[in-house]
Design a protein around this ligand. Structure first.
Ligand code: GLV
Ligand code: MG
Length: 349
């Protein structure tokens, strides 16, 4: 057992001190790009300023034959592109693959000072985080990286879901979690064939009409991911880290993508993955509070004075708990506005 007193000690001599608070900067979208594709790499300087987080993907989606080229492409981006305020992340291959060790080693040794967060896929339990935690400390020490690289885990197995609280609390490096609906569906043996989103067969139906057995009965599609996202949000909040919805694979269905992102936003997620430029704007819209909600939240905060007691506003009861919700919305709007003058203007800040 490790003493809680040692939790914030570096895991290797010369590695940087772990952070005590996870940075909560703008994180509305994690935009994926394939670093093995030279055309995509050449677009990075243009795309980077338009996203909160840019992620070089080395895992699924990159063919086995391109794994080394992808790693090299990411290192090239880290060495040559000025990311400004945009965070640079990578998704390495899973820990049971033949590439994970070289991914971690080569990236940290070459561009460890440029990478903010490493996304680890298919995390099954805290032991996976402990392995990466120690390895990163050794590599940071060797590369003389002065700022600790954080870890983001993808929840995409049933065992990972069952261990979600332990995963979140496994290291001070834990930055957040993403839901990986495609791998999770496969691992759970769900009978879907999609990357995220709902399914028309997952529904509830009106009772039959007692007077007309032939009457059409209304059906209502249900949210396949409600339990999973809600559970992930609780585990993240408990450990002071950030929850994200993952991929939405139907790029043309921008309406359903927006719905899926908004469900995640309303349940507490800070962002989602964007797999195509069209999803960047969807994420920006959904994960930035709506100006009308910010204005209403400011009204409630002002009307509530010192924030205690209860008042009636437009016929609705507001109290200590509703003012806290309003503060969450206004604080998010303020932090996003700090980097986005257009958004700030839309809120009247
Ligand atoms: C993402 O990696 C997923 O499996 O959905
Ligand atoms: Mg996956």
């Amino acid at each position: 057992m490790r003493s809680s007193k040692d939790f914030f000690k570096p895991l290797a001599v010369g590695a940087p001190e772990p952070v005590r608070e996870i940075p909560m900067g703008p994180s509305r979208m994690i935009h994926f790009f394939p670093p093995s594709n030279t055309k995509m790499v050449s677009k990075v300087p243009v795309i980077a300023p338009s996203v909160d987080i840019l992620l070089g993907n080395l895992e699924d989606g990159v063919p086995a034959t391109d794994k080394e080229a992808a790693r090299a492409g990411l290192i090239e981006v880290g060495k040559t592109v000025d990311m400004g305020q945009t965070q640079l992340w990578t998704r390495v291959n899973s820990l049971d693959s033949p590439w994970a060790l070289d991914d971690l080693t080569e990236i940290v040794l070459a561009i460890g000072d440029k990478i903010d967060v490493i996304m680890i896929p298919k995390v099954e339990g805290p032991e996976d985080i402990h392995y990466v935690d120690r390895l990163l400390a050794q590599l940071e020490a060797k590369a003389e990286v002065t700022r600790p690289i954080l870890i983001h885990a993808i929840l995409e197995t049933a065992r990972g879901m069952a261990n979600v609280e332990a995963i979140c609390g496994a290291s001070p490096r834990m930055q957040g979690l993403s839901l990986g609906p495609a791998d999770l569906a496969a691992n759970r043996r769900m009978k879907t064939t999609r990357v995220g989103g709902g399914h028309p067969g997952y529904l509830v139906r009106d009772d039959p009409d007692a007077d007309n057995a032939d009457a059409t009965r209304g059906t209502y599609q249900q949210d396949l991911w409600h339990y999973t996202i809600a559970r992930m949000v609780d585990a993240c909040v408990m450990h002071g880290i950030l929850p994200f919805y993952g991929p939405f694979g139907d790029i043309r269905d921008t309406v359903a993508c927006e719905d899926q992102f908004r469900n995640a936003y309303l349940l507490g997620c800070v962002g989602a993955w964007s797999l195509h430029p069209v999803q960047i704007d969807i994420a920006k819209k959904v994960f930035s509070p709506a100006p009308a909600d910010v204005a209403q939240a400011q009204r409630v905060i002002e009307a509530m004075g010192d924030g205690t007691g209860a008042i009636m506003l437009d016929g609705k009861m507001e109290d200590d708990a509703s003012v806290k919700q309003c503060r969450v919305v206004v604080e998010l709007a303020k932090s996003l506005s700090a980097r986005d003058p257009e958004l700030a203007a839309s809120y009247g800040f």
